[in-house]
Write a protein that binds this ligand. Structure first.
Ligand code: 13P
Ligand code: SF4
Length: 316
């Protein structure tokens, strides 16, 4: 069996030979984050995919992310180390059911969270990520009726902070939704100096006891600038790698430390391994394949998101 450091070298060599770039999400295993050329949250990775000039993009994340990279780069080869890297949100929202839901609300526009399939993107007017959802929704005319899909937790959080009444699709991220407010309250009582930092995919009861709610990038920024030394973290475990790297003097308490709470690993994100990444680069497979018409129609709401995010100063 090839050791990790040998694999690491082989991946670096293949990357050079094939003019490939590795884009990785913060929820990937640490060794994958290390070998990636660019690490980011969903918004930053979509932006990076749009800028890409390499012949091959290996996307170390989940399927909808690799699909987004393909939509933004129809002429490049986009690879995903394991095609089974799905997402409970994308799974919860099938095109046939969503078309029916849309037909029940004919005067609504559709804003979809990027965590959905290309078919759902084709049925959407605008895509958002957790990093820009609030500002994009606020930018819509006040009387504009909106369907928000597929994350009901993020949607109801945005409704709460903006005062909107968007109609919500009933999907959840099973990892964030399973995190329990009771576990957070117990940790808070035991660690009174530690603020609770939570991702808006968490359920409403948990978000109510959080001190800071924000996207992956916003959490990282907040922790770096905060004077607190200890934090209770309510999000996927992969982010701890970057949090610890950026803040070696700070301590992070996770819900995994609290035995009554569910595991904070996303099985879909962790399905990618260094071995699979190596094989995928070597064989140039599995590859994301889409029809031209699907790419064309799914690209519009993604490009609109990126353009609006630039105009609103969310990204450069
Ligand atoms: P962000 O990367 O937008 O924070 O989303 C988190 C997530 O769950 C990705 O699947
Ligand atoms: Fe989907 Fe949740 Fe996993 Fe992100 S963490 S990929 S939203 S299941």
């Amino acid at each position: 069996m090839v050791k990790s450091n040998q694999l690491f070298e082989k991946i670096m060599e293949l990357k050079r030979q094939k003019n490939a770039v590795i884009l990785g999400h913060y929820y990937q295993r640490p060794e994958i984050q290390e070998v990636s050329d660019y690490i980011g949250d969903s918004l930053a990775l979509a932006q990076e995919a749009q800028r890409c000039e390499s012949d091959i993009i290996v996307f170390c994340g989940v399927h909808f992310m690799a699909e987004t990279a393909k939509i933004l780069n129809p002429g490049r080869k986009v690879l995903l180390p394991d095609m089974k890297a799905s997402c409970s949100l994308a799974e919860s929202c099938k095109a046939e059911d969503f078309s029916r839901f849309k037909a029940e609300h004919p005067d609504h526009i559709v804003i979809s969270y990027i965590n959905c399939s290309a078919e759902i993107k084709c049925l959407s007017d605008l895509i958002c990520t957790s990093g820009n959802a609030e500002k994009l929704v606020r930018a819509m005319p006040e009387n504009q009726k909106i369907i928000f899909a597929p994350d009901k937790n993020l949607g109801s959080y945005i409704n709460q902070v903006t005062g909107r009444q968007m109609v919500l699709w009933n999907g959840v991220c099973t990892v964030h939704d399973a995190m329990q407010a009771e576990a957070v309250i117990k940790l808070k009582e035991e660690n009174r100096d530690a603020p609770v930092i939570a991702h808006p995919e968490c359920n409403a009861a948990l978000l109510q006891v959080a001190d800071f709610v924000g996207s992956t990038k916003a959490m990282l920024k907040h922790i770096k600038s905060s004077s607190a030394k200890r934090f209770i973290i309510a999000t996927e475990s992969g982010i701890l790698y970057e949090m610890k790297k950026e803040n070696p003097d700070k301590e992070f308490i996770t819900l995994k430390d609290e035995k009554c709470c569910a595991c904070d690993d996303c099985g879909y994100m962790k399905i990618n391994t260094l071995e699979k990444l190596y094989a995928c680069l070597l064989n140039e497979s599995p590859e994301i394949v889409m029809t031209e018409s699907q790419i064309e129609s799914a690209r519009k709401p993604i490009v609109r998101m990126l353009e609006m995010s630039r105009k609103l100063g969310i990204i450069k």
